[in-house]
Design a protein around this ligand. Structure first.
Ligand SMILES: NC(=O)C1=CN([C@@H]2O[C@H](COP(=O)(O)OP(=O)(O)OC[C@H]3O[C@@H](n4cnc5c(N)ncnc54)[C@H](O)[C@@H]3O)[C@@H](O)[C@H]2O)C=CC1
Ligand SMILES: O=C(O)C(=O)COP(=O)(O)O
Length: 596
């Protein structure tokens, strides 16, 4: 498999129990290491070798672990909840986080129903009592769920599946979920209530099915529990911490809540001294050790799904259900793919060609990125944006730190002071001979207080072999198109052209008059540099500056003369001495080397 341009076998680390069904898929093309029971420190020590990490809910994928994962490209959660993964840190590092939002929904919903019935009929306490040699029939009288109201907080995939099953048991269904789909709710006979307070008042049973996010942490605390009937029972198969464990324990002890079925805990496994310990021991509580997804069927589903996704991401394809990246359909991506290469080349060409100074300072620069023709109706341009950012930064960033992709491109651009405004122009390009093109133009940010101080140079400036004459920012424009899946540059600065941006290229500006190519070719030949390709670019005919007033800045004298660009693909680097020798009255006015 090719990983970051090199052919090697990727390594996948699995520190938790994942069903073998999917692992068989992985074993065929990647190296799989199952290492259960590692401490956080041991995990950090070894993560640097791995390209992918597959986890369930036990592994804490925090910023330190992600930062140590120098080769990590994907963290895959074999399940739904990603609250054990630091998404922000992963996004910053360009690590794709995927989850499997479908495979264990039924298992979680069935487990909720199991707890519902167990709590209603005292199944846990009855079983423990019988095992203890007792026969306590009158003490263990339960209630029926038929005709009772089940209140659902979070009517998503699990919540709706629970609703359908509970409907089958004859329960009345109400829900609170500000983002619920009303038609799905109606089809499951669920009444959506406008406030949580109404739900608390009506609930005989209340079940939680929201994700664990900042807004749901401690969602059910003392004051919420106080609004419920003393006969109400509570279920949580979502995440520990959504219900305040201390408040629930107090309510159970005070008899203001009748019972609870709990599968998930704030800290898992609960540590001695945690309020969860007492909660688990309470006679009115049925507790299970995070078993919602633990069925043979669900584990087969998520294992096959997670391993398929990891394989496809490692082989360079796009994720199907990434939590921190846009979803791009494969057919959409196929259409964009040739332009991805074009944008990367345009970005790299921009930085190298328009960087005549040696400054490395990061200046806030604004770019207009204009998609023209059929590209203007693309559903997403995220891959193109990411490719441009990568291209702009590649000449000035070390290869190891150039992990820019659709996950982190926007963040990286922001951090590096690149303001890129994307826009679309639907004008047809039929007369041009291709259906879509892209233009990249730098402009001074008029609102930036430093605009007047911005040097008329490219902000990413690296040491460059281009002439030291600053190129004016209004000339910093590149257009390109794709033909037969090959990227072409059609405009470079003030010059219209047509060349394939590939390999080492010498870009020279010269007076548009006969004999120049011969002079340059001769000098390169003498230096042992072969010319592989050649294009010339006359200045744009309709450009207001078609006739450039050549002043003292231009080596070679005064007067008014037409200019052209000469773009030569060469077979090796052109050293500084040779480049300088090309700039002369009978040769080039300016010469620079770019590597694309
Ligand atoms: N115990 C276990 O083994 C398992 C637990 N889970 C957990 O179950 C939960 C639900 O999973 P899914 O249904 O797949 O997620 P989902 O994303 O399909 O549904 C979550 C729902 O919660 C709603 N919601 C978000 N904030 C809310 C708020 N403040 N108030 C009311 N509703 C809110 C959302 O609008 C959404 O409809 C997750 O926490 C997941 O991690 C899932 C599978 C197994
Ligand atoms: O998928 C989820 O959100 C779950 O809670 C299941 O967790 P698990 O994979 O059983 O550790």
């Amino acid at each position: 498999m090719t990983v970051n341009g090199a052919t090697r076998t990727p390594k996948v680390l699995i520190p938790e129990k994942v069903s073998p069904d999917g692992l068989a898929l992985l074993n065929a093309s990647v190296e799989v290491h199952e290492r259960k029971g590692l401490s956080a420190e041991a995990l950090i020590e070894i993560i640097g070798e791995y390209d992918a990490l597959i986890v369930r809910s036990e592994t804490k994928v925090n910023a330190a672990l992600l930062a140590a994962g120098k080769k990590l490209r994907v963290v895959a959660r074999a399940g739904v909840g990603v609250d054990n993964v630091d998404l922000q840190a992963a996004t910053k590092l360009g690590i794709i986080v995927v989850n499997l939002p479908q495979g264990n929904i039924n298992a979680a919903a069935e487990h909720t129903i199991a707890l519902l019935m167990a709590v209603a009929r005292n199944v846990g306490a009855a079983s423990a009592s019988l095992k203890a040699g007792k026969w306590e029939r009158s003490k263990l009288v339960g209630i029926e769920v038929k005709g009772k109201t089940l209140a659902i907080i979070g009517l998503g995939k699990v919540g709706l599946t629970v609703a359908r099953a509970a409907g089958g048991l004859g329960m009345n269904l109400v829900a609170y979920d500000p983002y619920a789909n009303p038609s799905l709710a109606a089809s499951a006979n669920v009444e959506i209530l406008p406030t949580m307070d109404e739900l608390f008042e009506q609930a005989d049973f209340m079940t939680i099915h929201t994700p664990m996010i900042a807004s749901t942490k401690g969602l059910i605390g003392e004051s919420e529990l106080a609004k419920m009937k003393p006969t109400a029972r509570i279920l949580n198969v979502a995440r520990g911490g959504i219900i305040d464990e201390v408040a629930l324990l107090s309510a159970l002890e005070a008899g203001t809540i009748a019972g609870a079925g709990i599968d998930v805990f704030t800290s898992e496994p609960p540590q001695p001294g945690d309020p969860a310990f007492e909660l688990i021991e309470h006679p009115s509580v049925v507790a299970t050790p995070h078993l919602g997804a633990s069925t043979v069927e669900a584990q087969e589903n998520v294992s096959i799904d997670v391993c398929t996704q990891v394989l496809s991401i490692l082989s360079g394809q796009l994720p199907r259900s990434a939590v921190n990246a846009p979803i791009i359909l494969p057919e959409e991506y196929r259409t964009l793919q040739p332009f991805v290469l074009l944008l990367e080349k345009m970005g790299s060409l921009f930085t190298q060609h328009f960087s005549p100074s040696n400054t490395r300072e990061q200046v806030r620069t604004t770019f207009d990125l204009i998609y023209e023709g059929t590209l203007a109706s693309a559903n997403t341009t995220k891959p193109l944006f990411a490719a441009l950012v990568k291209g702009l930064l590649s000449p000035i960033t070390s290869a190891e730190s150039l992990n820019i992709n659709i996950v982190n491109a926007e963040l990286v651009a922001k951090e590096r002071g690149l303001l890129i405004n994307e826009s679309r122009s639907r004008e047809t390009l039929e007369q041009e001979g291709y259906s879509a093109s892209v233009t990249l133009r730098a402009r001074l940010n008029p609102r930036s207080p430093s605009a007047s101080r911005i040097p008329r140079t490219n902000p990413f400036a690296k040491e460059t072999t281009t002439s030291t004459r600053a190129k004016r920012i209004e000339d910093q424009i590149i257009s390109g198109f794709v033909s037969n899946n090959i990227p072409y540059i059609s405009r470079l600065g003030r010059f219209s052209t047509s060349f394939i941006p590939d390999g080492t290229m010498l870009i020279g500006r010269n007076y548009d008059e006969p004999g120049k190519i011969g002079v340059v070719g001769g000098r390169l030949g003498k230096a042992g540099v072969n010319i592989r390709s050649m294009s010339v670019a006359p200045i744009e005919a309709d450009d207001g500056e078609a006739l450039l007033k050549v002043d003292s800045v231009v080596e070679g004298g005064g007067g008014t003369q037409k200019e052209a660009l000469m773009i030569l693909g060469v077979d090796r680097g052109v050293d500084e001495e040779v480049r300088r020798s090309l700039v002369s009255e009978d040769g080039l006015l300016e010469a620079g080397v770019v590597v694309l």
